[in-house]
Design a binder for this molecule. Structure first.
Ligand SMILES: [Zn+2]
Length: 421
């Protein structure tokens, strides 16, 4: 009896719920993306946002049914309200936040570019941005009305035309990743074409991404920089390329390869459907970076996709570093509250993490001994801290060039649902 009712629910009610969810998108939004350019400024413990510009940026590539972000990942959250009703939200992290945890960021104020992408509203909406404090509590930082009839145009004329590197289908039901080349001059065009195909394949080179080809669209663009190569390496006299602004030595961390030119990056990609940006940096020197729902970067090594996928683990799946050493003064998670990264725990609220994956008889914390190799446990040393923070496996792609651990695999698969439903 129960089963028959359940089947009736599936057959008759479920499609209604699904179509109601889709209707909700159409009720509030156009099939277009709104790019909001913001200046995010301040220092540790003090931050401000202000809107610089807004423009329409092509078809909406995100899910039309998973409009609300139910995760508690990241440290910022953008919300869209129609009257008092929450109609869209997404969590993310930022370069501002990373900088604010450095020694300089605790002392001096600085301003960073940031772009939030939301579905284009049909009517006036309220845009709210909140940040988490170090105790993990959300606090509103910014709120302003946005009138879609008063949006501007992109400041850059230049725009990249996308082409598919791997196509799985409907952009609303697939994860859309764009690969943006940086540091390729026009003389490097043959190398760019070769490298971008390789990066497109790299996206599927590690488990579980190897099994997700039917769920991910990978887009490429041909973007040529003024100069060949990536500046910022010690002893290098390479000039800084002004439009994309990629450079090693971000925040004085030699291998940290980032850009502060978010306005240009998003503006160049405004004709491309994308949920995630991967920046392919024309250099054979080890380096990269990845910030959750912000972007990922990687150097180019034809023999190894490890850095690319590791950084994509940060930017796409909100995964934290599972290593404990640190070559910069960037701070990791706090030990007195449970970190938000799904693969790191301070054992403050472990039931919300991977406690359900710990087998019978596995001690918590788990000794890092051969006996527990290949066993999901709670191993001390993670997120740049040798003590007080724990990782789920002795080794993992978020720690070194090894396969993703079972906890990270589960998180990647869960995150896929936010884009493919
Ligand atoms: Zn892991």
């Amino acid at each position: 009896m129960f089963m028959r009712r359940f089947i009736a629910f599936l057959v008759f009610v479920m499609p209604l719920i699904l179509s109601a969810m889709t209707l909700e998108y159409d009720e509030f939004f156009e099939d277009e993306t709104l790019n909001v350019e913001l200046i995010h400024s301040g220092r540790y413990g003090m931050e401000f946002y202000r809107i610089e510009n807004m423009y329409g940026a092509g078809r909406w590539a995100g899910s039309k049914t998973r409009l609300i972000d139910a995760t508690n990942y990241g440290v910022h959250r953008v919300e869209v309200y129609s009257d008092k009703k929450l109609i869209y939200s997404r969590n993310y992290c930022s370069l501002f936040e990373e900088w604010s945890t450095t020694a300089a960021g605790k002392r001096d104020c600085r301003a960073f570019e940031e772009v939030v992408r939301v579905p284009m509203p049909k009517e006036i909406i309220m845009l709210r941005i909140s940040s988490k404090n170090e105790r993990g509590v959300w606090k509103e930082v910014f709120a302003d009305k946005i009138d879609p009839s008063h949006i501007g145009s992109p400041s850059l004329d230049r725009v990249c035309r996308p082409f598919p590197l791997s196509y799985a289908g409907d952009i609303n039901k697939k994860l859309d990743v764009v690969i943006l080349p940086a540091g390729y001059s026009i003389e490097d065009s043959a190398k760019l074409r070769k490298d971008i195909r390789m990066f497109g394949e790299f996206m599927f080179s590690k488990h579980p991404f190897d099994g997700l080809r039917d769920k991910i669209n990978v887009w490429g663009v041909e973007y040529f920089s003024e100069y060949s190569g990536i500046p910022g390496l010690k002893g290098s006299s390479l000039e800084s390329e002004t439009e994309l602004g990629l450079s090693y030595n971000t925040f004085d961390s030699p291998r940290y390869l980032m850009s502060e030119n978010l306005f240009n990056i998003h503006s160049l990609l405004r004709d491309t459907p994308y949920d995630q940006i991967v920046i392919m940096c024309n250099s054979n020197v080890y380096g990269g970076g990845g910030i959750y729902n912000f972007y990922a970067t990687s150097y180019v090594n034809p023999n190894n996709s490890f850095v690319l996928i590791h950084e994509f683990g940060h930017s796409f799946a909100a995964l934290g570093d599972e290593y404990s050493d640190n070559d910069s003064d960037l701070e990791g998670a706090y030990k007195n509250v449970e970190p938000w990264q799904p693969n790191i725990t301070a054992l403050k609220d472990f039931s919300k993490k991977w406690k359900d994956m710990i087998g019978k008889g596995v001690p918590v914390p788990t000794p890092c001994t051969p006996e527990y190799e290949g066993v999901v446990g709670v191993y001390e040393g993670a997120a740049y801290s040798a003590k007080g923070l724990y990782r789920p496996y002795q080794d993992c792609l978020m720690r070194s060039d090894k396969p993703f651990c079972p906890v990270c695999v589960r998180e990647i698969l869960n995150m896929m649902e936010l884009y493919t439903e």
